[in-house]
Write a protein that binds this ligand. Sequence first.
Ligand code: PMP
Length: 360
Amino acid sequence: MRGWEKNVRRPAPYVPGEQPKEKNIIKLNTNENPYPPAPGVREALRTMDPADFRKYPDPAAGLLVEAIAADRGFSPEEVFVGVGSDDVLAMAFLTFFNSSKPILFPDITYSFYDVWAELFHIPYECQPLDPDFRIRKEDYRKENGGIVFPNPNAPTGLLLPLEEVEEIIRENQDCVVIVDEAYIDFGGRSAAELIPRYENLLVVQTFSKSRSMAGMRIGYALGNRELIRCLNDVKYSFNSYTMNEAALRLGKAAVEDRAYFRDTCEKIISTREKAKRRLTELGFDFPDSMANFLFARHRTCPAETLFQALREAGIYVRYFKKPRISDYLRITVGTEEEMERLFAFLESYLSADSEREEKR
Ligand code: PMP
């Protein structure tokens, strides 16, 4: 080993879903929104001039912070923005998880949490979901250095009722509880309404899913002023200009179109509920997702086989070869047409598969 190698930090990185280059792929593998961003985003893009990029952007990201604050009914001092919620979450881990006691999160959850914990040398302890993949609130009643969980959880899609989220926050007022609400707009009730009552609550959301702007990289946190001040101090100790000028303007335009946002979420919810019925008919079972994806297992056909067959047919879904979840596929809710093509493929593949099975 060369001398310098012993000093190198070598995290085991998070593995993002594939972004295939080919056209005509039905892409149901990274929980993107199949619909375009609000029309106002196109308009805001049209009025941008490259000369606008000469100067540094506002380090406080005022334009976007104010738009989010107005939309959510908070004051700008209660809003923090970042380069996707990954950036916001990473910054929150670095800021709030600074104890020698372990932070707690579910064993089956967003697979970035343990990556950040390792990277920042934060001790952690995973709490097993119950056999039906539910978070057991009682598991979060032990000594800890902080708590983080997605609601709805990923990749299961299961929503923890707000009363149970509140119980976890209430019982852990000596540490920060981060509720990662990447998927909350598809049917859940946000914990943001609890912020006035709990100083230790940080709610994180993203523009990547419900606002169709994964490519623009915008995420945000809501919390009391003191928490947001702490986050900003860490941000300014790291990189003052996390949000670029385009993201600030386009993000503002996206937030301001509430009607489009509501319509898009409703379309996805309705497609998801139809997909639940169709997948059940096709022999799948799944937790009752409140997100923009379904986590489904087939009665007979192994998930890995299906994953490959779908891929060869140009339909990309996500498969995690991990303990407890290797029988499942995570399928993002696409447009009605995309889902119809998925069901048509599954129907013919699975019936051919059961014929093969009978001949064996
Ligand atoms: N939290 C959860 C639970 C997620 O699934 C994702 C998407 N990969 C994120 C956060 C991060 O999303 P983004 O950085 O695009 O806001």
